[in-house]
Every structure is written in C-alpha cells, then in structure tokens.
Design a protein around this ligand. Structure first.
Ligand code: SIN
Ligand code: CO
Length: 383
C-alpha cells in the first residue's frame, strides 16, 4: 500500500515533509530554488488559452490599463486574445488538474498535504509586466514557476486596506519586505494572509499555483446544518393536552417554549456525523463540473475488463475516506471489509490495478464501482 514517505525532498528545500509541516505549513513563507529541477510547465500558452475558451473551464483575464484594473471572466474567445496589448495583462485558469492528465503527477508530489485540503491547480500566463496586483489569499499556496520569470514581493503587513472600486481585491499600501525573481522550477510557499505581488519579468511567464482550501468556519457550519437537517427525522407532533388557561391569548407561553425545546433534544450529532458530512461535502464536485458518462457497459463486461485493466478516478473526481467509509463525488460508498485496502489505494493514488485483485474481490468491487463508472466518475485503461 502507498505510504507517504518522510524522506527529505528537493520539493521542500531538502526538508522532510514532517519538518515542513512543523516549521512552515500555515506559519511562514518558504522560497525553494529548483524545487522541481527542469520544470518548464505542463502546457503551452496556446494550450492554456484553448482551455480558457472552453465553457466548463473557469478563467479570468486581468488587465491593468491606464492605472485601472479590469477583469474579464471566461470563457474567452479568440477575439479576446487578439485584442490584447503586448504588456500588462494576465490570464488565469482554475482547475487545470480537471482537464490535464499530466497535472495528476504534479499534484501527487504534494501528497504530504491531505487530499481533503487540496483545492486545485491554477495556471497563469502573462507577458512582461503582467500580474494580478498586490493581494492576500485566504488559502495556502505553492507558487511554482513554469516557463519565464516572475518577480515576487511579499509582506507580512497588517494594513489590509483595499483599493476602492477595483474589480478585484488589491492592497492599497503594499510594503515589500522580501523579494525574489523565480525561474523555471523555483517555488514559493505562502501561508494564508501573507501579502504578495507577482509580476512577469519578460514574456511567456507561466506560474502554477497549487492551492489548498481553508473553508471558513461559518461556511462549514452552514453546510453541516443543512446536512443535519437532511439526516434528522424527528417523529411526533406538538401536543398540549395539559394546556391551561392563558391570560393573554397572544402570548407564547413558557410551557410551549419548554415543550418545543425538549422535543429538539432528539436532534443529536457527534463526530460520526461530522466525519460523514466532511466526506460528502469535501468530495462534492464544484457546480461547473460535468462528468461525461462512457458508452453503456454491462456489469459482466465491466467485471471482465476490470480484471485486466487499471481503474482510474476521472480527473475531476474527488475521493476521500473517513474510517471505513469511502466518499466519491459527494456520495458515500458501502464498502465491505474485504475491499478496504484496495479502496484506500484507489483513494490515495487515484488508480487501482484490477489484475492485483483476488477472484472473489473482483465481483464485489465490480458491483460496487459499476454505477460510478457509468456516471463517468471512473475510467478503465490498459495497464
Ligand atoms: C499568478 O499566477 O499570477 C497569481 C497567483 C497569485 O498571486 O495567487
Ligand atoms: Co495570490
């Protein structure tokens, strides 16, 4: 089974993942020269522009024109790109990992951070001078330089005043504390709330942002309360055979409040509910994600193919587990004990070699995964 190793990594400046987590994660920035030696990127500027023209891809174009910030939301068109000036703009494409198979290997290098924390891979392209201005992000990010160079400035300032009426959150008074020029393969790790400003130096600057989401407590609680509402089925009906005469007919009596309060005590929740909620919530595909179902395949044929092939999670699929329950794209899977090891491999590595399965496991796994395969959540490929 895949285990996360604690060996020192070039990706982390020769720190072990444990040392990185203890000293830097969510605490302080870290510059890593040649984190991925020879890294020049996973796609060309034209391929990125092509993605930005697709309906199901989220993209933004940020321009700085005559002292004013401008943001255009995608999908882009060829015309959008033809009209652009030579300098001072940047194209940002979210969720590139959902469309580019090569991104899976890149993201797997960051598996020392739990998948539950991963948001997505964003890729930006900018000609000379392009950038999104000085700002703060509420999540952790590894800013990996692909082609070209980017000049990064960072600051631990506490002045969060924003430029008024700008279409994106730009800090009004950015004070540089540290700065570096990053080249292909260099990487900057930033915890949340560190002010930063990256500007392309020369053309064809592509930056890969590996972002880790940090949901707001209020947002989590809001979603959890929805979950709890769906889970609780309270029985009974309000009854007051003991009603006594009230002086004010308009008054809500303390007796009524007490009765309702007591009936609400049947709403109970604990860590089991929270774990189950997180499994569903964190694997729920973002609203714009669409899965393409494959050609119909019977369970029998699926089982036969599974035996000879590797089953992969679709690029947009998200799979996590909590204790022995597995979650795939917002749904809980009832997995028998005989398959938990295999399902953990699928969840951890996004793939499982069907030929490694025992004969009696195959049928059960095929039955378990077949509906999800038909929904487009999984793919079968030759080994
Ligand atoms: C960029 O890639 O241009 C922006 C990344 C960031 O500042 O978060
Ligand atoms: Co940022």
């Amino acid at each position: 089974m895949q285990k996360i190793s604690n060996q020192p990594l070039a990706l982390l400046n020769q720190l072990t993942p444990e040392a990185f987590l203890a000293e830097y994660w969510q605490k302080k920035p870290l510059l890593i020269r040649q984190a991925i030696p020879q890294f020049e990127g996973l796609l060309t500027p034209d391929e990125l522009a092509g993605l930005a023209c697709e309906d199901e891809v989220q993209s933004r174009l940020v321009q700085f024109i005559k002292g004013q910030w401008q943001v255009t939301q995608g999908p882009m068109t060829e015309k959008t790109f033809k009209r652009l000036p030579e300098k001072d703009w940047t194209l940002l494409v979210q969720g590139v990992n959902h469309f580019l198979p090569e991104a899976t290997d890149l993201l797997s290098q960051f598996s020392f951070i739990p998948h539950a924390r991963l948001d997505d891979l964003m890729v930006s392209y900018a000609p000379d001078g392009g950038g999104v201005g000085p700002h703060l992000d509420s999540y952790d990010v590894f800013l990996l330089q692909g082609s070209g160079k980017r000049h990064w400035k960072i600051s631990q300032q506490t002045d969060f005043t924003l430029v008024e009426n700008a279409p994106l959150r730009i800090l009004q008074n950015f004070e540089t504390e540290q700065e570096w020029v990053l080249e292909a393969g260099d990487m900057l790790y930033l915890p949340p709330q560190i002010a930063h400003w990256g500007v392309a130096v020369g053309d064809d600057c592509m930056t890969y942002s590996i972002g880790f989401r940090a949901p707001k407590t209020q947002e989590l609680a809001h979603e959890f309360l929805h979950y709890l509402q769906d889970q609780s089925t309270l029985t009974g009906i309000y009854a007051d055979a003991d009603l006594t005469l009230q002086t004010h007919p308009a008054e809500i009596s303390t007796a009524m409040v007490e009765k309702v309060y007591q009936s609400f005590k049947a709403i109970t929740w604990g860590t089991q509910h929270v774990g189950d909620f997180l499994g569903r919530y964190l694997t729920e595909p973002k609203p714009h994600i669409v899965f393409e179902p494959p050609k119909k395949m019977s369970l029998k044929i699926f089982g036969q193919r599974l035996q000879q092939r590797i089953i992969y999670l679709d690029l947009a699929s998200q799979m996590l587990f909590w204790q022995d329950t597995f979650y795939l794209n917002g749904e809980a899977l009832a997995v028998p004990n005989t398959l938990t090891t295999e399902m953990k491999i699928l969840a951890d590595t996004r793939q499982l070699d069907g030929s490694s399965l025992e004969a009696d496991q195959l049928g059960t796994l095929a039955a378990l995964l077949h509906p999800h395969y038909l929904a487009g959540y999984l793919m079968l490929e030759e080994a």
